[in-house]
Design a protein around this ligand. Structure first.
Ligand code: ADP
Ligand code: MG
Length: 480
């Protein structure tokens, strides 16, 4: 038996998401990314004596939104605590965080892997401020500090040790990124550090119920690296145990150049952060009205929309595609107000429209063609006024350049409307048959498969305008 098969991996993730507020968690300093270093640093951010922080209501609202989206229980009575430690990027010498009262408790996030669909249980989501940033490569001899990020609001989303493979962790972070973007609380940009993940990994023999000693891999900055780091850790730990070595609790870091991890420190006894309630901030009580008003502003969530799309008769694949990105589902939702041909809407969105968007690196929010215009385009195809390829290749480019035009107007102006009159179509039929006497003879001898060729030629001759049904009827009569 494969030795790996004896073991079960246990994984818990801590994801930090930077909230998309304009200002920081406790000051009016800008929370935006990428500014000149140390330009968003009022005395409050720096924790100078005599300054007074004040809680950003929007950040509290965003944390609650995420909690509601993850089915958490919302803590009504909240206070902030000081988590004391010394680090150069921490200007105050403590981080303001939540200690015993995380704003969201419990809850779950549903994930799907190729093997399972499951709810990953959450432990909590709490609010805290970010630290500044040490920059090691700006100067040869010194480490530089940028405090712009200090005090930017974060939520930390902590799971239970509830995942059992790198693939599950990969799907979980993918789902979290989709959710924070969907509800608009975080831009989900892992390269810029708006979303960061620490992975806690342990192994145990299958069937065992107690947890093994864990290691924590810090600051994974892409979803692929989360997966690679966990895969590496599981293999490393199994090899250690197989050799009879003992796993020690460690904090590790991921080496993206080699897809390996290395120890940064052994974790001795739990750090003593000397937590105490932040005396400069008043505790805050959330009212039912405040929570209800946030709930009512929350957009329809992907899981709910997925179910709806299934009931509309869309395939699982199509439903997933629509729920992958809010701008796509928004566009679909707008379009079904004008058209009931759901499958055609999805096909246009996944095909020609997506292609047009990809050329401009944008999403459905930026599509110049309105949902109503798309619905008209679909309906002139359904009514047989133009065929799909004319709509796609001839009309769509005109609409993209002139979004105010009506599809039918464009079809008329460019003389693209399909001809249904048999009298007009007969001209093309005769033309094609006259051009191909040998094929006609073969057909008459029994090679009925040539009908497709004749119809294709008539399409070409008419530039797609001849109604293929009428063309086929006429051909059949003439070739009898
Ligand atoms: P710490 O105090 O080291 O931060 P916590 O108990 O707060 O540890 O847990 C942090 C994260 O580690 C959580 O996501 C939790 O699910 C996960 N975790 C805890 N113990 C284990 C373990 N033995 N194996 C895997 N993950 C674990
Ligand atoms: Mg931790």
């Amino acid at each position: 038996m494969d030795v790996k098969g004896k073991y079960e991996a246990v994984i818990g993730l801590e994801v930090h998401a930077q909230l998309r507020t304009q200002s920081k968690l406790f000051t009016g300093d800008s929370a935006s990314f990428g500014a000149e270093p140390n330009t968003h640093i009022s005395p409050i951010t720096l924790g100078h004596p005599g300054t007074l922080p004040k809680t950003n209501k929007k950040a509290v609202e965003y944390a609650i939104m995420m909690g509601l989206a993850c089915h958490c229980e919302i803590e009504r009575y909240n206070y902030f605590a000081r988590k004391n430690y010394f680090y150069p990027d921490l200007p105050k010498g403590y981080q303001v965080s939540q200690h015993t009262t995380p704003i969201c408790k419990g809850g779950f996030v549903t994930i799907k892997t190729k093997d399972v669909e499951k709810n990953v249980q959450l432990n909590r989501i709490h609010l805290e401020e970010d630290a500044g940033k040490s920059i090691h490569d700006a100067d040869e001899n010194f480490t530089c500090i940028d405090f712009n990020r200090a005090g930017v609001p974060l939520i930390e989303i902590v799971t239970e040790p509830d995942m059992h493979s790198a693939e599950e962790a990969f799907q979980y972070v993918t789902e979290i990124r989709k959710l924070v973007r969907w509800i608009g609380v975080c831009d989900g940009n892992m390269e810029e550090g708006s979303l960061r993940c620490d992975a806690n990994v342990s192994i145990r023999l299958k069937g065992e119920t107690t947890l093994g000693t864990k290691v924590e891999v810090k600051n994974l900055n892409s979803i692929r690296n989360v997966k690679k780091a966990i895969e590496f850790e599981i293999d490393r730990m199994i090899a250690m145990v197989e050799k009879g070595e003992t796993i020690i609790q460690q904090t590790r870091s991921f080496d993206a150049d080699h897809d390996t991890t290395f120890a940064i420190r052994d974790k001795e006894e739990a750090n003593d952060y000397r937590y105490f309630p932040e005396p400069d901030l008043t505790p805050f009580q959330l009212t039912e009205e405040f929570i209800t008003s946030i709930q009512s502003k929350l957009p329809a969530l992907p899981e709910e929309l997925f179910k709806k799309y299934q009931t509309l008769g869309l395939s699982e694949y199509d439903s997933h595609q629509l729920c992958d990105e809010k701008s796509a589902s928004d566009y679909f939702e707008q379009t079904i107000k004008y058209s009931k041909n759901y499958k055609a809407i999805v096909n246009w969105m996944a095909g020609p429209l997506r292609q047009a968007l990809n050329e401009k690196h944008s999403n459905f929010n930026d599509l110049p063609i309105t949902p109503k215009t798309l619905a008209s385009l679909i309906s002139i195809v359904d009514e047989g006024k133009v065929n799909f390829s004319i709509a796609h290749l001839k009309i769509l480019p005109v609409l993209l350049a002139n979004p105010k035009k009506e599809p039918l107007q464009v079809a008329t102006e460019l003389n693209l409307l399909q001809v249904h009159g048999s009298h007009d179509i007969e001209v093309w039929v005769n033309e094609v048959l006259a051009k191909m006497p040998e094929k006609v003879a073969e057909y008459k001898k029994g090679k009925k498969g040539l009908m497709g060729l004749f119809v294709g030629e008539i399409k070409k001759a008419s530039k797609g305008k001849a109604d293929p049904k009428i063309a086929t009827q006429l051909l059949e009569e003439k070739l009898k």
